[in-house]
Design a protein around this ligand. Structure first.
Ligand SMILES: C[S@@+](CC[C@H](N)C(=O)[O-])C[C@H]1O[C@@H](n2cnc3c(N)ncnc32)[C@H](O)[C@@H]1O
Length: 481
């Protein structure tokens, strides 16, 4: 991977034969009427890593522009809205690097590859420092030594290009247009090899990608999960129909090319939706799940269950979360939004009792199996909405010493937070992949009897704008019963 510094920005073209534009794709200038070229100077970065520049009294947020850089940008205007794209950097900042990925400027999956890894970490630290200012000074971000190939899950969407050739890639941001991508620097390389084999197989068979407009065709997406420690691999074909013609031949061919695949599934998604997985699932071979080892425990993972995508950083994150929980072996711990029980089962080794709650039934089934698999006797897992579960606990007058919560990006809700406040645990450990919703929820908890005593950012998603943070809240003195 070449990471040359100070190269002038120029959109890369035709590297690695990825020049085929999907037939549906329009560029921004086709979608928006008025466009002008302007020269601007970047004064800072947004939390998403976009360059901030002023133009005719308006603030532009320009992807791929860095502070201090003077650049030519194309400004698109539609009514009161302005959008800007980088055209040419006139004086590159010293933090600018040549993105190691050839798809970077088209794909949109990563947003920060034009910055050095140190600059990315600095940006994430500043983001967390800024957002968490009302609560105190965050610790230095925990970074990753080798910030590539970390994802244990990959997702590829299939379609046809304008020459009616099969392509696989990612939806361009906020669209249903596929940007063809053959390999990705943050995926597990094995996953990309398998996707390539599926593409090649489709070219010589009758398996057609699904077309959202006509409703014809079969294959919508391929989801691959890799056990980074176990090396087990799950391949999920997401199709528009349960009628899988040529199923036996396909399974045989893929297993022959990739004997490392340990299970394959067919997931049927007939809905017109951006949600990838449908409800029906059929095991094509193997046991339908993979296992992996995290923090010394073994976890079984289903296709539809959430499992942290960067296990190297997850071990650091969970280590901090458990440290913040200050467990002595006596506590009752609630693992809210528990997924397959990972945090709760790690905590169970140092707690009196763990109660996990999770809405996804496959994940809860995995959590119960994982508890047995690891010989854990002091953990129970329940399926349900975390808020409703906590309301019931509060009504019954149940007690909890520590609540560990790890909600989705949208954060928690008032039902959940108000019942946590009613239960009055001594400590709350809040893990989040979206610091903005986390800050909103922390404000609620601070107003209702808790002090934030520790903030630890963790870079779980290098090369992208996303950042994780774990915070420790302690019940204010005099608040408890
Ligand atoms: C960010 S994941 C965390 C999972 C787990 N703690 C981990 O570290 O792997 C959030 C989890 O919350 C679950 N979830 C989403 N909404 C929920 C709700 N209202 N009640 C309970 N669980 C919910 C999701 O299914 C997902 O498993």
């Amino acid at each position: 991977m070449s990471k040359q510094k100070n190269k002038t920005y120029k959109k890369s073209k035709n590297k690695h034969n990825r020049s085929e534009k999907p037939y549906e794709k329009q560029n921004s200038s086709q979608r928006v009427k008025k466009s002008v070229t302007a020269e601007v100077t970047c004064s800072g970065l947004t939390n998403e890593g976009k360059g901030i520049a002023q133009w005719k009294g308006k603030q532009l947020e320009v992807p791929h522009l860095l502070p201090g850089e003077k650049a030519e940008v194309t400004v698109f205007q539609k009514g009161r809205f302005v959008n800007a794209e980088l055209k040419r950097v006139i004086n590159p900042a010293k933090e600018r690097v040549e993105p190691p990925c050839a798809y970077y400027y088209e794909c949109g999956g990563c947003q920060l590859q034009h910055m050095s890894n140190q600059t990315q970490s600095r940006l994430k630290q500043q983001t967390i420092d800024g957002l968490m200012k009302p609560f105190g000074k965050p610790e230095p971000i925990l970074t990753m030594d080798d910030p590539y190939n970390y994802r244990n899950k990959s997702h590829t969407t299939f379609g046809l290009n304008h020459k009616r050739q099969i392509i696989g890639g990612l939806y361009a941001q906020n669209t249903h247009e596929i940007t063809p991508v053959d390999w990705c620097l943050i995926h597990d390389p094995k996953a990309d090899e398998i996707v390539q084999t599926i593409k090649d197989y489709m070219k010589t068979s009758k398996m057609q990608p699904y077309n959202e407009d006509t409703g014809r065709g079969f294959l919508r997406h391929v989801l691959i999960k890799v056990g980074k420690v176990s090396e087990e691999i799950m391949v999920v074909l997401v199709a528009a129909s349960s009628e899988f013609k040529g199923k036996k031949n396909f399974v045989k061919a893929l297993r022959k090319a990739h004997p490392e695949i340990t299970t394959m599934l067919l997931n049927v998604n007939k809905r017109d939706t951006s949600v990838v997985l449908g409800d029906q699932e059929y095991v094509l071979f193997g046991k339908g799940t993979i296992t992996d080892t995290l923090c010394g425990l073994k976890f079984e993972i289903s296709a539809k269950s959430f499992y942290q995508i960067n296990p190297v950083q997850t071990e650091k994150l969970y280590g901090k979360a458990i440290e913040m929980a200050e467990l002595t072996g006596e506590e009752t711990v609630i693992d809210a939004y528990c997924g397959i029980g990972t945090i709760g089962l790690v905590a169970s080794q140092k707690a009196g009792k763990v109660i996990g709650v999770e809405v996804n039934k496959d994940a809860v089934r995995d959590a119960i199996r994982n508890s047995k698999r690891n010989g854990v006797k002091n953990a129970r897992f329940y399926q349900g909405d975390a808020g409703e579960f906590m309301i019931e606990m509060a009504k019954r007058g149940d007690k909890a010493d520590v609540v560990i919560m790890d909600p989705p990006r949208s954060g928690s809700d008032e039902a959940f937070l108000s019942s946590v406040v009613q239960l009055q645990p001594k400590r709350i450990v809040y893990v989040s992949c979206n610091p903005e919703t986390q800050v909103r929820d922390l404000k609620y908890l601070e107003k209702n009897g808790y002090d934030v005593e520790g903030i630890q950012p963790v870079d779980m998603f290098p090369q992208t704008m996303h950042v994780e943070a774990v915070t420790k809240l302690v019940l204010k003195e005099g608040t408890g019963s």
